[in-house]
Design a protein around this ligand. Sequence first.
Ligand code: 5AD
Length: 353
Amino acid sequence: MKTDLNTKSHIEKTNLNYILNKDELSKDEMIFLLSLSDDKDIKALFNRADEIRKQFCGDEIHLRGIIEFSNYCEQDCVYCGLRKSNLTLDRYRISIDEIINTARKIYSAGIKTVVLQSGEDFHYTKDDITKIIRAIKENCDVAITLSLGERSFDEYDEWKIAGADRYLLKHETANPKLYSALHSKQKLEERITHLRYLKSIGFQAGSGNIIGLPKQTIEDIADDILLCKELDCDMCSFSPFIPSPETPFKDVPAADLSLTLKTMAVARIVLKNVHIPATTALSTLTPEGRKLGLQVGANVIMPNFTPDEYKDKYRIYANKKTYDPIIYVQELKQMIYSLGRKIGEDKGHSLKI
Ligand code: 5AD
């Protein structure tokens, strides 16, 4: 990625400690931090992000069990393996009953948030999703996060009333031109309108970006963090691009690990009291990814509970990590304790409410 060539920071290196300890950072200061290249400087950035994570989020790591219930998608996002034009992908839809049963498994594993994610699949009607939300809430004492793409405001209203707590809708990139180039049918403005609406009706809202998209600059990444701030997001996910075969970006290199970690760290320093996940994409980029993420500002992990027969098919990108969730949660707990951290015991709601 040629990002460093496109933007310049005017800040002297000697100012690093001063900047890391400021309450509010300017965009130029964020670009300066994102552009750090000296190992010692990067370590100082990571340490400061970890301190701020501790101050605003404590040592608890919140687990969110995710069910990827459909890989059908009406959208054609250039980077994504689920894009409609990918005719090679074996598509699946999980029945309402199986979704509800999977949510029960998440609850039995001691996890207090169920994330329902799918491609943008209108086969599941407003009433279907309402039925799923109601049944999960009746059977399990969990928070529910929806991640279904852009749906109608009327649907958001009804799902909120049915008991859904949170909605994830990443803005993907805050650069409107890049956004339009990547999403032929969608506009950034539209996505932002949805995010604002979701917040206005009481959803805890999640947004975030993909790092390492072609033509993305360091300035764009600073804008991604600033957009999350402006939208007052409760959850923010900054995850690395990983190429997906059968997409136009199949030969684009994966995101740079260091830039991904620097983005998470700067996001923590700027956004402070938000939930930031150590994503599956990060652990796909490098085996120790989740552990590294937890050390640079992240406080959330989302173990995948998609039933075995489907999970290989939710192929957003190549080599997506799959595992047995029960064994994985055990291993995760050991890793979390080894970092001197704890598992969150409550639902881990927004730190802003
Ligand atoms: N690399 C990394 N993340 C991706 N997503 C989609 N395609 C890719 C990719 N190739 C992310 C998007 C989306 C989330 C479900 O997956 O950010 O919001």
